[in-house]
Design a protein around this ligand. Structure first.
Ligand SMILES: Cc1cc2nc3c(=O)[nH]c(=O)nc-3n(C[C@H](O)[C@H](O)[C@H](O)COP(=O)(O)O)c2cc1C
Length: 161
């Protein structure tokens, strides 16, 4: 028998992650959401994995776009993370945010620590989430910065540099 949801959450709160904004473009419409369920999966070929709730609008759009960009956030970009997590309510998440297309057409945020432009190569259903594996077809780093972290239910930053 699996452990309870509360037990699972309590344990997983001890896992620290970075914070990204995953963006996609479908039907001429740009969208994005905050994602910490992201990891580097393979070097050859370069693959990444994102985990997206199957009930989310973003999941529908990813099914159509078959491409996404992962924008890695800096420590000072907590407000942007909240906005793309829907914590600002029903606002245009891209208002005041500039982006451009690289290879796939997914919006790459101009102001972020680094980005990866990915083409979906596999999708798996995993419980209430879907796993998208993307082949990285372009990437970039926007200068030196420290990352935004998420741990124990709140934002953190590295303080031992
Ligand atoms: C720090 C943080 C990390 C998150 N990580 C994920 C994630 O890995 N996968 C996911 O599906 N939702 C994640 N979310 C929640 C989504 O960003 C949120 O549900 C968003 O509003 C979904 O957008 P949509 O409903 O327009 O698709 C995270 C939220 C926060 C604040």
């Amino acid at each position: 028998m699996p452990i309870s949801i509360d037990e699972f959450k309590q344990t997983m709160r001890q896992w620290a992650s970075g914070v990204t904004i995953v963006t996609m473009q479908a039907d001429g419409f740009a969208h994005g959401l905050t994602v910490s369920g992201f990891l580097s999966l393979s070097l050859e070929p370069p693959l990444v994995l994102i985990s997206i709730g199957q009930e989310l609008y973003s999941h529908d759009l990813l099914g159509k776009s078959q491409a996404f960009a992962v924008n890695l956030l800096r420590a000072d970009q907590q407000p942007l993370s909240d906005k793309f997590a829907g914590r600002w309510g029903d606002v245009d998440r891209f208002s005041g945010v500039t982006s451009h297309a690289e290879t796939t057409g997914a919006p790459v945020l101009d102001d972020c620590a680094a980005w990866l432009d990915c083409r979906v190569v596999s999708t798996y259903q995993a419980g209430d989430h879907a796993i998208y594996i993307g082949e990285v077809v372009a990437s970039g780093v926007n200068g030196a910065s420290t990352p935004l972290l998420y741990w124990n239910g709140d934002y953190r930053s590295i303080n031992n540099e």
